[in-house]
Design a protein around this ligand. Structure first.
Ligand SMILES: Nc1ncnc2c1ncn2[C@@H]1O[C@H](COP(=O)(O)OP(=O)(O)O)[C@@H](O)[C@H]1O
Ligand SMILES: [Mg+2]
Length: 212
């Protein structure tokens, strides 16, 4: 049976789609076979050309059922399902079939309040700080907001994903032949965290050409 990771949350713009592709790309670099599943009715399907993972269009419920059924039958594959926001009924369905639920949120009080509700509502889910400030003062302020608005939730948060402007390349219909190393590094680090939460072994990232 494949493992399914769902990237969910009620709020739009938190980075669900981008992070789904980053996880899929990072896992592929760590030697995994991954399908990245689109469920957002507002988004267009993306070309698989040049990608290390397979994008799959499951905007129709029948296609979602099909890909989930296929994932349930195959070994050694990973499904990363990108939720759409503002559809608690769909999120609840996806959360039920997931091995791991991630809830991205940005450093804003609105996002923090929303993710707190989602974390309370989905007790097995993990919060994923997304588009996180990279400079020290910004990170300290963001951490202070977490301490204030997500009290008692620190043990349910992954390490923050930095703001990486080139991450938007994953949402192009076709991705460029080469990606900036900052983006590659962020993808691999994120995928390692995800695989560790799934308790899955992966190839050493030292075997990969990741610049630092
Ligand atoms: N780590 C990141 N660094 C910088 N920009 C990001 C990052 N993640 C997402 N974005 C940008 O934020 C916006 C919303 O991201 P998206 O993945 O579409 O969110 P959602 O799917 O939750 O609506 C997009 O413009 C995207 O390029
Ligand atoms: Mg989206």
């Amino acid at each position: 049976m494949a493992r399914i990771v769902c990237v969910l949350g009620n709020k739009g713009g938190t980075g669900k789609t981008t992070l789904s592709h980053m996880i899929a790309h990072g896992m592929a670099l760590l030697g995994k076979r991954v399908v990245c599943v689109l469920t957002d009715l507002e988004r267009e399907r993306l070309s698989k050309a040049g990608r290390l993972y397979l994008p799959f269009d499951a905007r129709e419920a029948a296609n979602l059922a099909k890909v989930v059924a296929t994932l349930n039958e195959v070994e050694d594959w990973f499904g990363v399902i990108d939720g759409a926001g503002n559809r608690p009924d769909v999120d609840s369905h996806l959360a039920n079939l997931a091995d791991l639920v991630l809830l991205p949120f940005r450093d804003s009080h609105e996002d923090l309040r929303t993710v707190l509700r989602d974390l309370e509502w989905m007790p097995r889910a993990w919060g994923l700080p997304s588009q996180w400030p990279q400079h020290a003062a910004g990170r300290a302020a963001a951490q202070a907001s977490i301490d204030r608005l997500l009290p008692g939730m620190r043990h349910r948060l992954l390490d923050p994903i930095p703001e990486v402007l080139s991450s938007k390349l994953f949402l192009q219909y076709r991705i460029p032949a080469t990606l900036p190393w900052q983006l590659t590094n962020a993808c691999v680090e994120l995928a390692m965290q995800v695989l560790e939460l799934l308790d899955v072994q992966y190839e050493s990232p030292h075997a990969i050409e990741v610049a630092s």
